[in-house]
Ligand binder design. Structure first.
Ligand SMILES: [Zn+2]
Length: 805
């Protein structure tokens, strides 16, 4: 709704990414040049979008009337193009008369009766119908056995809402949206904003939702199905509506754990009140992503809707926090174009990591930072796109960008960081933002330039690859550093403050902050008087995202591994012992497996002990550890479970974690086939949170062992009655076991047409393999597909072609 001056990027275009010309300007827009930095052009500013709609869900049909109020922002506007791919437009109404329009593959052009002058406010409404293949999804309405959940839900980001609403669908224009949806009882409807009215109309109900502030059109949502709603109140008095499956009420508690706590935490931490009147969350089936931060109404995949036991393996807490943080970063302020996408994802990820640190402890946060570091370094092996670039990719928008914000906190301090964020949000509330806006707020709040930080971490790619060598004598230690990563102009030398720390034999330490900015450095630190050095640390706690080579003698590593304050320093010390002979490290590593508080340090230690006969007791003890990750690691430790470990792993057949239980079952049956029947009997009653957790693995093993009476159950799990993870797992096992049947073909064809790519590829894979491996099946499948393709729809013909290839 608001237009600030659009900032265009510099005009330098680099022909080949990887070409290296010296570029020494201190501040750039992005390297390499990003064409998406330029937002889409438009002559109308859309202000209000009101949709009245109803459905014939069995036909995947939406019929509606959309009303647009707009203001012209250019002189003499005589027509407008609206995005509407595949939508059948019936009528365009303008103050009681019909307007002419032309239809194209991607939308319509509407001609106004006369050219509007600049800054004219007016409105049109459009009657239409659509059977969208994107943006809006109809789940379970055509299950012949009538067991499936029946839902309608939408997913708009990036530009998919245009498949079910004719509109200007771009993130650089914000509207007040209003939805008036008719749906038969007992289905409930969720949309953005406040529920203004709910009216009965025969067998139907009419749900009326309205936003009170503008938001981007990709954030418009609908979530429809049979749901219960639990409402909780936040400290600031906002209603949080938690939608749930009424047939599975026991999952409400673990799924929505900490929902209110994280809300209260964010309001305090971000320093700006939650920007909307209410907040709702709704699980949906067959969602293709993790979750989506639609304004005031987050949608999430129901694979996160889990019971207490599922919580052990995978919980919704981090994703819940991520989508909530988006209500500020993404929904209240929205990136002006794809170049600035990181302003949404890096922030949501930063705040979800921060909250997970609160909920699960600082080691959890440190682990997330390390995972982010590994993801960033791996991505840099492929290319060197910066965080602020439309081609940056998810490992930069999410983990790397989130870590960059942690480093920004580290550089400016928490107080300045919070002041800058508050300023940035307040100045840009309900508007579009770009990377420069954030820099402006930080410079304003800090009172000094941070151009250098933006340049190296946000606008250029790569990460520091630093080599450090330490040498010590009785009284001092010297750190020699070399920056190895330079690849101008895409990556340059990094400038960062780094702590150098000396840890002494008596458990005390001394430290000094230095600035790294040159290719090489030499820093010498005096030891405290009469102190004996135990081990030096370069950047204790791993505050700077980097690859660090810092070799140390075993004596230093062994003390660091057991006594360093920060988990990551202990982890790095254990990793540094990889090459040490087992007799030298056995005792230390055994102690770490037993006494260390964080699982990843223990697992790395256990890994190094896996071939050591004298460490069997340590590994056996870990199979009954209270941390499920340790128990799971014991199952993963060997390709074939050795005899001395079998009876310990057998206990895990009844483990509280579904994934440990399933992995133990699979591994034991493969390692020890003579006891297969006993293992199957022990786990026969276990379904899992959903069947894919345990039951499908069980069925596969049982069928392979000749128990063919279970084939029907496995094939049934591939049918439309079940959610997509269960169906995918069933197709994978059916393919492995070569179970090709008429039912299998029908289920696979149904799956192949599903917009959820992961489910579709399961169905397509099954059909392709069946045709390749089974001579009899090939003609049967081919004629079945030909029959299905008779409707002549192009996408079906293309899909059949793809399967037959
Ligand atoms: Zn996100």
């Amino acid at each position: 709704m608001n237009f600030k001056t659009i900032i265009l990027v510099g005009s330098i275009v680099f022909l080949a990414f990887g070409a290296s010309k010296a570029q020494t300007k201190p501040f750039i827009k992005s390297m390499p040049y990003d064409s998406v930095n330029v937002p889409r052009e438009h002559a109308l500013d859309f202000e209000h979008l009101r949709l009245e709609a109803s459905f014939i869900p069995e036909d995947g049909l939406i019929q509606g009337t959309v009303y647009h109020r707009f203001k012209t922002i250019q002189p003499s506007v005589d027509s407008v193009f609206l995005d509407a791919p595949g939508i059948r437009i019936k009528k365009v109404n303008y103050h009681g008369s019909e307007l002419k329009f032309s239809t194209y593959a991607d939308g319509i052009t509407i001609r106004f009766p006369k050219a509007f002058a600049i800054h004219t406010t007016d409105s049109i409404s459009i009657e239409y119908a659509a059977n969208p293949r994107k943006g809006m999804y109809f789940i379970g309405w055509n299950d012949p056995s009538n067991r499936a959940r029946k839902q309608i839900w939408t997913q708009g980001q990036g530009t998919d809402n245009r498949h079910w609403i004719p509109m200007y669908d771009e993130q650089n224009d914000k509207v007040i949206s209003e939805m008036i949806i008719t749906m038969p009882k007992p289905f409930k409807v969720l949309s953005n904003g406040v529920l203004k009215g709910l009216k009965d109309s025969g067998n139907n109900q009419v749900w009326h939702y309205k936003m009170s502030h503008p938001h981007a059109t990709y954030l418009i949502m609908l979530g429809i199905g049979d749901y219960g709603i639990e409402t909780r109140k936040t400290a600031s008095g906002i209603d949080e509506n938690l939608w749930y499956y009424p047939d599975l009420p026991d999952r409400v508690k673990p799924t929505y754990l900490y929902s209110i706590d994280m809300f209260d935490f964010f309001e305090k931490e971000i320093g700006v009140p939650y920007p909307w009147e209410s907040y709702s969350q709704i699980p949906v089936q067959d969602f293709m992503y993790g979750a989506m931060e639609n304004t005031t109404a987050t949608v999430f995949g129901d694979f996160f809707y889990g019971n207490d036991r599922a919580f052990i393996d995978r919980n919704y807490v981090g994703v819940n926090a991520h989508e909530l943080a988006h209500q500020w970063f993404g929904d209240m302020i929205t990136a002006r174009s794809g170049t600035h996408h990181w302003l949404q994802e890096s922030f949501a990820t930063h705040y979800n990591m921060l909250y997970e640190g609160v909920a699960f402890g600082e080691n959890h946060l440190a682990q997330a930072f390390r995972n982010a570091q590994n993801a960033a370094l791996n991505a840099s092996k492929r290319d060197l796109y910066p965080v602020a670039h439309s081609n940056a990719g998810s490992s930069r928008w999410y983990p790397k960008g989130a870590s960059v914000l942690f480093m920004l906190r580290y550089v400016v301090g928490d107080d300045v960081f919070r002041a800058a964020i508050k300023l940035y949000l307040q100045e840009n509330a309900y508007q579009n933002v770009n990377t420069q806006d954030l820099l402006d707020a930080f410079q304003e709040a800090a009172g000094y330039s941070l151009d250098w930080f933006w340049d190296e971490w946000i606008l250029r790619g790569g990460e520091p690859i630093w080599k450090v060598v330490t040498t010590s004598n009785e009284t001092e230690t010297t750190f020699k550093l070399e920056q190895m990563q330079v690849n101008e102009p895409y990556t340059s030398l990094f400038k960062m403050p780094v702590i150098l720390e000396l840890n002494y034999a008596d458990g005390t330490s001394s430290s000094e902050k230095v600035w790294v900015d040159s290719k090489t450095h030499e820093f010498t630190l005096k030891h405290l008087p009469n102190k004996k050095l135990a081990y030096p640390l370069f950047d204790p706690g791993n505050k700077v995202l980097k690859f660090l080579e810092h070799k140390k003698p075993f004596e230093q590593l062994s003390i660091q591994a057991k006594s360093a304050k920060y988990m990551l320093d202990r982890l790095d010390a254990v990793l540094g012992m990889e090459e040490a002979p087992i007799d030298q490290k056995r005792k230390i590593l055994q102690d770490i497996v037993k006494n260390e508080s964080w699982y990843s340090v223990r697992i790395v230690a256990m890994d190094q002990l896996s071939k050591d006969d004298k460490s069997r007791k340590t590994i056996i003890a870990a199979t009954s550890d209270k941390d499920s990750k340790m128990r799971g690691a014991c199952v993963d430790l060997y390709d074939t479970i050795p005899n001395w470990l079998v009876s310990s792993v057998e206990k895990l057949l009844l483990d509280s974690s579904y994934s440990v239980q399933r992995d133990a079952l699979v591994k034991l049956c493969a390692s020890n086939p003579s006891k297969k029947n006993q293992y199957l009997e022990t786990t026969a009653k276990e379904l899992g949170n959903n069947a894919y957790n345990v039951r499908i693995s069980w069925l596969s093993i049982a069928i392979a062992a000749g128990k063919t009476q279970h084939i029907d159950e496995l094939v049934d799990f591939s049918s439309v009655s079940f959610e997509f993870n269960t169906r995918r797992a069933a197709f994978a096992e059916m393919t492995k076991l070569k179970i090709y049947s008429q039912k299998g073909i029908e289920h696979a064809w149904n799956a192949a047409q599903n917009p959820n790519y992961r489910l579709a590829s399961g169905g397509i894979g099954y059909l392709k393999t069946a045709m390749k491996e089974d001579e009899e099946m090939k003609p049967r499948i081919q004629s079945y597909l030909d029959e299905q393709g008779k409707s002549g729809e192009q996408w079906k013909t293309d899909l059949i072609q793809k399967i037959k290839q």
